[in-house]
Design a protein around this ligand. Sequence first.
Ligand SMILES: NC(=O)c1ccc[n+]([C@@H]2O[C@H](COP(=O)([O-])OP(=O)(O)OC[C@H]3O[C@@H](n4cnc5c(N)ncnc54)[C@H](O)[C@@H]3O)[C@@H](O)[C@H]2O)c1
Length: 359
Amino acid sequence: MTRRVRVGILGGGGILGAHAAGFRAHTDKAEVVAVAEPRPEQVEWIQQLFGDEVRVEADYHDLLAEDDIDAVDILLPHNLHALATIAAAGAGKPVLVEKPMARNIHECDQMIEACDRAGVSLTVCHDRRYDSEWMALKQVVDSGALGDIFWWKLDHNQNVVFGPGSWARTRDGIGGGAIMSCLTHQIDALRWYGGEVESVTCMTKTIPARMEGEFAGVVTAKMKSGALAHLSINWWTKSHQGKNALWYEMAQVCGTRGEAYFTLGKGTFVRLHEQQEVPWTYEQKDDGGFTRVKIGDWRGHVGCIGEWLKSLRGEECNITTDGRAARGTVEVAEAAYLAEEMGQVVKLPIEPREWGCQI
Ligand SMILES: NC(=O)c1ccc[n+]([C@@H]2O[C@H](COP(=O)([O-])OP(=O)(O)OC[C@H]3O[C@@H](n4cnc5c(N)ncnc54)[C@H](O)[C@@H]3O)[C@@H](O)[C@H]2O)c1
């Protein structure tokens, strides 16, 4: 495809701003021609983002039926990811869908099957994999400079409060709770950095007045590599805001020859136990402490949307989050829920179960 990709977006809520920035950075490759969003109060903002000429439609099925839409970007509540992807595939449109891919692997399988049958691509917007600072840690890990990696720790801190009636307050809407919704960022990064997960345990904290599903959770994992991983999410903390704040997201990795960490907004830092040749450039001189590694200044949505558009245009691209790859992240989160329900360590793979089925 040599002309610009004509994109339709499904869902005009909070994350639309990050996607709009992604499309604005790639106006040579794409134009957003329509947004499906049923809430009239969103229309003005959508037009501010994309211009007055963008069509805003209440029903996404109308958008999917239109011939001037080449591909769709799905930013809907989690319980609609599978339904909308299957409908888009039926209409012959390639799909980019926000994380998490779906509420469970049963839905992921239906999405993969529908896109395969229609011959359209399915890409999941796990934006961290396309962000320069997260990519810098990947470069360090892949270099082998840290030696044998035995330790992973990733966490996510936010103060998330959903209003009454929000889809995300319900287990059915969000696909469980904070683990499926947002710890999937950390699970996905862990798999990308450290390979596949062998087994998990999980504990969660729920206070129904705040939301139906868990607002906090801890997942421990044994990696196929033998390394240990500790992932946690806390949706009731302001630890990342204001004076003397800690961090929003952090990833720490320790190996036999060195260690590295990433904190959102502060960067990616490495400390090696002894001097060695390394394939990256330090931002300052390596003085034996933790030293910053930098590879670029782009944010994840800009990177992911850029790669997706290149893939649609048949250009060389680096997509690491197609439907099959992203299914594995949903599987770890679903296995964690199973582990807590059963009070046991759960080994992967797990069997797909329809949404709402009890064990
Ligand atoms: N990558 C990130 O860091 C990040 C951050 C926030 C949200 N997200 C993801 O983005 C997606 C959307 O989240 P959000 O925060 O924008 O939620 P939101 O509730 O702010 O927006 C969802 C929008 O979808 C609309 N909608 C609901 N049903 C619809 C339908 N049938 N047709 C068309 N539109 C419909 C709603 O009116 C709402 O405006 C989720 O998958 C979420 O996990 C990702």
